[in-house]
Design a protein around this ligand. Structure first.
Ligand SMILES: *Cc1c(COP(=O)(O)O)cnc(C)c1O
Length: 405
């Protein structure tokens, strides 16, 4: 058992006559009391705009905001706080990278971007938009028959034209852990100027990440999938790259000096943070990361792996359920297809029994097309889930399937 479930007030909710079993953590996690309290504390005691006030509260909020940045930098093992750009989430982070690359001189017609077949729409569409602007080509990296990353196909796809590789650390639709370190190594071997963006939306809450050891160029994640509020997130970028690339959004904070004859930009990371940021949210994101660190990512991972394996063998025992992806080397989620049963029907019956799961394409329509399916039912775990909940979800799944087939 990890953190006490009482840390998370919402977990005591009832769904009709049933206790809530929340297994939709890959969509968003619940928030612990320390995070909720930190947000209330911020607005009750600190609230003020940052970086510009001469007054006490402004100094306090600026100090806490920049302290939060330092916490994020330490959490990701970034080389410097200048590499930490606060965003509103993964989607915003990837779009920021795509926009500044489009404005840079790094792309020209015929260049190529490689993206995994299991990428989230937010890690596909911004690259399609970039390709449209610069005349580049987006190429999907296929999967192996086991639905894992096809390293051989990837090595064949890498070429002198490859400018960028975009990969989710853990697929939100399959749960597969991609061999990110090897992917990055191969990209850098291909060319030092082949950039790699790692989508950490599904990994950050589950495994320790060291962006320097990985050797990627960009790493993005959403706060709301790491026990922090929605509307928070981080783009980590290699400092030399962020320094070289142009800004995107223009406005307050991101400038040094503005005049009608020309404007100079602020230092990193402020160059990429135009306007008033989500000050309270960013401060609280740091509180969430501290909570995760206190629980220990290794302990969280071990606990969640135990739940995932229990769910995996339980689903196998029910029979007639196709669990997508390999049994081992997966994140804390399971995506299933039941022949003859629509995922939405299964999800609806589970909901009536108090079990919250996700059904549908999980923002991975190209993957669904690749698999020739319309969607899956996804069970995803967080540090507060229990073996008893897994057993309940299994019993309810069996009951629902008995009604549906
Ligand atoms: C959730 C998710 C995203 C998008 O995150 P937002 O918080 O909606 O911006 C991107 N990639 C993966 C792998 C995800 O799971």
């Amino acid at each position: 058992m990890m953190a006490p479930r009482t840390d998370f007030p919402i977990l005591s909710a009832q769904v009709g006559r049933n206790p809530l079993v929340y297994l939709d953590n890959a969509a968003t996690t619940q928030k612990p009391q320390v995070v909720l309290q930190a947000l209330a504390d911020y607005y009750e005691k600190v609230n003020s705009n940052i970086h510009r006030g001469a007054h006490y509260l402004s100094r306090l909020s600026t100090e806490q905001h920049e302290q939060a940045r330092a916490t994020v930098a330490a959490f990701l093992h970034a080389a410097s706080e200048r590499e930490i750009v606060f965003t509103s989430g993964t989607t915003a982070g990837i779009n920021l990278v795509a926009q500044v690359l489009a404005l840079s001189s790094r792309f020209s017609a015929g260049d190529e971007i490689l993206v995994t077949t299991d990428a989230h729409h937010s890690n596909i569409v911004p690259w399609q938009m970039l390709c449209q602007r610069v005349g580049a080509v987006l190429k999907p990296i296929p999967l192996t028959p086991e639905l894992t990353f096809d390293m051989e196909a990837y090595l064949r796809l890498l070429s002198p034209r490859t400018r960028l590789v975009a990969v989710p650390y853990i697929s939100n639709a399959l749960g597969v852990v991609n061999p990110v370190a090897q992917i990055i190594k191969a990209a850098k071997h291909n060319s030092a100027s082949t950039l790699v963006l790692v989508d950490g939306a599904q990994s950050t809450a589950h495994m320790a990440v060291n962006v320097q050891a990985l050797g990627c160029d960009f790493y993005v994640f959403s706060g709301h999938k790491v026990y922090a509020p929605t509307g928070t997130g981080v783009l980590w970028g290699r400092e030399s790259l962020l320094a070289e690339l142009p800004p995107w959004l223009g406005g307050g904070e991101m400038i040094k000096e503005v005049s009608f004859s020309g404007t100079t930009y602020n230092d990193l990371p402020f160059k990429y943070e135009a306007g008033t940021p989500n000050i309270g949210g960013n401060i609280v994101l740091a509180a969430a990361l501290r909570y995760v660190t206190e629980q220990g990512l290794a302990a969280i991972d071990a606990h969640e792996q135990k739940l995932t394996q229990r769910m995996y063998s339980g689903l196998q025992a029910i029979g007639g359920i196709n669990i997508l992806g390999p049994a081992q080397n997966r994140g804390a989620l399971l995506s299933v297809v039941v022949p003859g049963v629509h995922h939405y029907d299964l999800g609806t019956l589970l909901d009536q029994m108090g079990i919250a799961v996700r059904t549908g394409h999980h923002c991975c329509q190209p993957l669904m097309q690749y698999l020739g399916i319309s969607g899956t039912t996804r069970y995803s775990f967080a540090l507060y889930n229990t073996e008893a909940e897994v057993d309940r979800a299994l019993a309810c799944t069996e009951r629902a399937l008995n009604m549906l087939r």
